[in-house]
Design a protein around this ligand. Structure first.
Ligand code: F6P
Length: 359
């Protein structure tokens, strides 16, 4: 048996722990394991294919990033190619990829990725590739699994930042608006904001009214709490408005969202007269060592993915459905992406604790 592993999309702490566990589980069965470098680039002749031995994966479980490297611009069905005149076209290179799989005698592929990579995995599965998926994203927006690895690490990074912002905000009696990742889903903002006791949490699932945000800041002021912490997911947007788009995405990539925190800080300062500052936590959330929770989950996912290959669960993805790891059809997971449920106890408790969602 020869399997190959690929990591696609944005990185997430825990990817190396998945790779390590999958390699150890596969090699203990006597299988051969290859690593496809940079998403599927390795299968398109644009990067390397490397042997993944027990030695190669020694000592990597605690490391952030991915030893296989990754890309969010490598969809083989719509591969971006730059033309001599500087324009871009997208071409279907899936045929090339299928022939390389055949030529290298790869029996199955474990694809570790988020929504985008799982969609590509599903398309490859429909073209006959024996695929098993492992859900990954710090945003936690993949359906069918209670959580994805990387999310806990990102939340902890955000909590640490909010704790630090609290002391400076209080000393200066300022409003500080911190932007976290979460293009379509507000899980990082919600979990970090509640755990680190933010005053306002703005998420894409609840379009906000800036006046309501200002009302919360003013009421804290009146009660003697002369500072406020606002945590905003990058994809949050005002009622009747749109998310803030950054102009710097490349062809083949989703539109980049971001910059909402500075707009909100400016609005708060204009409307309340209070000094406001903003920051974007950005890719700090994707870096660093995975937390113990993420390391364990990633390791379980890696082992379970190999079991799914052994059981020929093609087109399935491993998922946490506590207390067990199960395998569910990738099609089910990508059918309806996960979003914050507004009736969830975390939201209810946050509201009861006085946190404003700007609505
Ligand atoms: O998909 C995870 C994510 O963290 C999103 O929240 C964010 O919009 C995106 O990655 C940013 O990715 P990039 O590395 O392309 O800026």
């Amino acid at each position: 048996m020869r399997i190959a592993i690929s990591t696609g999309g944005g990185d997430a702490p825990g990817l190396n722990a998945v790779i390590r566990a999958a390699v150890l589980s596969a090699t203990s069965r006597g299988w051969d394991v290859l690593g496809i470098c940079r998403g599927y680039f390795g299968l398109l002749g644009e990067d390397e294919i490397i042997p993944l031995t027990r030695d190669r994966v020694r000592g990597i479980a605690h490391l952030g990033g991915t030893i296989l490297r990754t890309t969010n611009r490598g969809n083989p069905f719509a591969f971006p190619v730059r033309q001599p005149d500087g324009s871009w076209v997208e071409i279907d290179r899936s045929g090339e990829l299928l022939s390389t799989i055949e030529r290298l005698g790869i029996d199955a592929i474990i694809t570790i990725g988020g929504d985008g990579s799982l969609r590509i995995g599903q398309q490859l599965h429909e073209r006959g590739v024996r695929i098993v998926g492992v859900p990954k994203t710090i945003d936690n927006d993949v359906a069918g699994t209670i959580t994805t690895f990387g999310f806990d690490t990102a939340v902890n990074t955000a909590i640490e930042a909010i704790d630090k912002l609290h002391t400076t905000a209080e000393s200066h009696e300022r409003v500080i608006v911190m932007e976290v990742m979460g293009r379509h889903a507000g899980f990082i903002a919600l979990h970090a904001g509640v755990a680190a006791t933010a005053d306002v949490i703005l998420i894409p699932e609840v379009p906000f009214d800036i006046e309501k945000v200002c009302a919360k800041v003013r009421s804290r002021d009146r009660s003697g709490q002369r500072f406020s912490i606002v945590v905003v997911a990058e994809g949050a947007f005002p009622v009747g408005g749109q998310e803030a788009i950054m102009g710097s995405s490349l062809p083949g990539q989703d539109k980049r969202v971001g910059g909402i925190a500075s707009r909100i800080a400016w609005e708060i300062q204009e409307r309340t007269g209070k000094e406001a500052r903003s920051l974007v936590l950005g890719h700090l959330q994707r870096g660093g060592s995975p937390t113990g929770y993420d390391r364990l989950l990633a390791t379980r996912f890696g082992g379970a993915a190999v079991e799914a290959v052994e059981q020929k669960k093609w087109g399935h993805m491993v998922a946490l459905q506590s207390p067990h790891i199960v395998a569910i059809p990738i099609a089910d997971a990508i059918g309806a992406p996960r979003r914050v449920e507004l009736t969830h106890d975390i939201v209810r408790t946050a509201r009861a604790a006085g946190i404003s969602f700007g609505d």
